[in-house]
Design a protein around this ligand. Structure first.
Ligand SMILES: [Zn+2]
Length: 605
């Protein structure tokens, strides 16, 4: 006896055996029960979701003499006749018969009345594969169909169907089948076959089916050939997944920042013969499991892993930070997308492993520059005898949050606080060119940006975050040890404190706002934010006490970007200057005075 695939052997014969797709089944059974069937249907949806199965059941049901709940009875003479020969039901695979001749042939034959039942049903699978002229021929038939003809067009790509055809069809969309339904379906079939199985194995196969019943059943078939009992281990070896514990070692090492161990585990998996693509998917799937174990109280049920495997997943989840899991998932998702274009997939994979193993940092040069700057600032503070590591944590975090901004804990705190009346967003602040009298939307805030010591208390985040930070500073001054900052913030909000428009601070503030809007200005913007502006004759002098900042900004590439923006706002000459630690300290004092007296019309030098 010929071997029948599981999918064909267990093809549903009645609507109630269709997995999911109740919305489609309800429409069709309703029509059959009322005797109001249409002439043309379009079944769309991903492959393996039951389009052809439903079409076949429907084709027999419309002919059945005594349909049961809309499904063919299987007993009446017509059902019997159709089970022997199916002259009245024609299946055409448009993928292989995509020509105009087939459609013309169909147009002729459709005129003859049905042999045994009431309707002739044409099921055209993969209908989007028809050629234009074939579509035209089909359209002619659809325009004036004989009363006894029903067309069911099935496709995975409805967007390729001409509108003239679409408009003549009743469209029914099939959906991907959820894992638990696939699982139930497979378990039912295995019970019927009398094959023993582990629940975890069934769950793993259902997951691999990815919403497609047909795919799941063909995977199940491979796994059943592997041994008498369907075991989780058998399934993972058939699916080509790396050994669970190898994955666990890799992901565990990665999330705990152990680069050598993570790399070694990746090497090991590849040496066993896993392809890069399979390993990547395994890592992503494992990370997903870790995320679920971290976040969901009912993770054990959701993951349906063997006990010791779940224990290991939960252990890794407990040790890892939620943010690190998320970040690693993002890195590997991106890598998976890029893999098809990668000249060396292996290097892409290893790079992803390394990046994921370095929490809060990236390997790009921009991020490194920022980190070096932060370190130099700490050194400068130490050598100046300042209360050394005043905000070491915040500083290092500011370094760690590179230009593609990462979520910081402070943001979390700030967001939890009750909302305060916020200063106007930067965009609402009138442009620099406008006369001072028109400043009505809010106080000018730019000067605050130019104050290095103030900025250090926060993280280097994008300017959108400033209002949130201010709220935090005011609401809980203890969180930001710099009390004058809060006072300063409050002072700034009073309309009386609008800075004179031609002050270096205002000019520089405008510069920063313009700069921020430019694409690729991330590093320059981040570095510029800490500069202190002043004026020497016609030259706008921007001072920093960090050599790397001045060196980087004075590099041609960055300087020309700054020049471009300054030219837009009418500043012809500017200079980025490195101040020694001593001078920086003195200047800080002056800055502080300037700030404290910014309400008064005095000039501080
Ligand atoms: Zn029947």
């Amino acid at each position: 006896m010929a071997h029948l695939s599981l999918y064909r052997k267990y093809r549903p014969a009645t609507f109630d055996k269709i997995v999911r797709q109740e919305h489609v089944v309800r429409v069709l059974t309703h029509q059959i029960e009322r005797g109001e069937v249409g002439h043309a249907y379009l079944f769309t949806g991903p492959r393996g979701t039951g389009k052809t199965s439903v079409a076949r059941i429907f084709a027999r049901a419309v002919n059945c003499e005594h349909p049961v709940n809309g499904s063919p009875c299987g007993k009446c003479p017509v059902c019997q006749a159709l089970s022997v020969n199916s002259l009245d039901i024609a299946e055409i695979d448009a993928a292989s018969n995509n020509g105009v001749n087939e459609m013309r042939d169909l147009r002729e034959k459709v005129q003859y009345p049905p042999v045994s039942g009431r309707y002739k049903v044409y099921i055209i699978d993969e209908v989007h594969m028809l050629t234009d002229s074939a579509f035209n021929a089909l359209l002619k038939t659809l325009e004036e169909p004989p009363a006894h003809a029903i067309f069911i067009l099935a496709t995975t790509e409805p967007h390729k169907i001409p509108a003239t055809i679409l408009s003549r069809c009743m469209r029914l969309d099939f959906k991907l089948i959820p894992e638990e339904d696939l699982e139930k379906h497979l378990a039912g079939i295995l019970d019927e076959m009398g094959r023993p199985y582990e629940q975890e194995a069934v769950a793993a196969i259902a997951r691999a089916g990815a919403g497609s019943d047909r795919d799941m059943l063909s995977i199940a078939e491979m796994c059943l050939a592997y041994g008498d009992k369907l075991t989780y281990e058998g399934v993972t070896s058939v699916l080509g997944s790396a050994d669970f514990m190898t994955n666990a070692a890799l992901v565990g090492a990665m999330l705990s920042g152990d680069m050598p161990a993570a790399l070694a585990a990746a090497e090991g998996a590849l040496a066993e013969g896993k392809s890069v693509g399979v390993l990547l998917r395994d890592i992503l799937s494992f990370l997903n499991g870790v995320a679920i174990a971290k976040m969901c109280p009912n993770a054990e049920k959701l993951l349906a892993l063997p006990r010791e495997f779940f224990a290991e997943t939960a252990r890794i989840a407990k040790l890892a930070e939620g943010r690190a899991i998320l970040r690693a998932t993002e890195i590997f998702t991106r890598t998976e997308n890029e893999l098809r274009y990668a000249s060396s997939p292996r290097i892409s994979l290893e790079t992803a492993v390394l990046r994921a193993a370095m929490p809060q940092t990236d390997l790009d040069a921009d991020a490194l520059i920022l980190r070096i700057c932060a370190l130099e600032k700490q050194v400068a503070a130490l050598s100046a005898g300042a209360p050394a590591a005043q905000q070491p944590v915040l500083q290092s975090r500011s370094a760690a949050a590179p230009v593609p901004r990462a979520l910081s804990e402070e943001e979390g705190t700030a967001e939890e606080l009750p909302p305060l009346p916020e200063p106007p967003p930067l965009e609402e602040i009138p442009p620099w060119e406008e006369p001072a009298g028109q400043v009505s939307e809010g106080p000018a805030r730019p000067p605050r940006r130019s104050a290095p010591p103030r900025e250090l208390t926060g993280t280097r985040r994008s300017a959108e975050d400033v209002p949130a930070k201010q709220s935090a500073a005011e609401q809980a001054p203890a969180a930001v040890p710099d009390a004058p900052f809060a006072a300063q913030t409050a002072a700034e909000r009073s309309p009386a404190t609008a800075a004179p428009d031609d002050s270096p601070e205002a000019v520089f503030g405008l510069f920063l706002r313009r700069l921020r809007k430019l694409p690729k200005s991330g590093v320059v913007y981040a570095l510029c934010r800490d500069l202190a502006p002043s004026r020497e004759g016609e030259t706008l002098v921007l001072t920093t006490d960090v050599r790397t900042v001045s060196d980087t900004l004075n590099a041609d590439k960055h300087r020309s970007l700054m020049q471009e923006v300054f030219a837009q706002i009418g500043v012809a000459q500017f200079e980025v200057r490195f101040a020694t630690a001593d001078r920086a300290e003195a200047r800080d004092g002056i800055e502080q005075l300037k700030k404290d007296f910014s309400d008064y019309p005095v000039e501080i030098k």
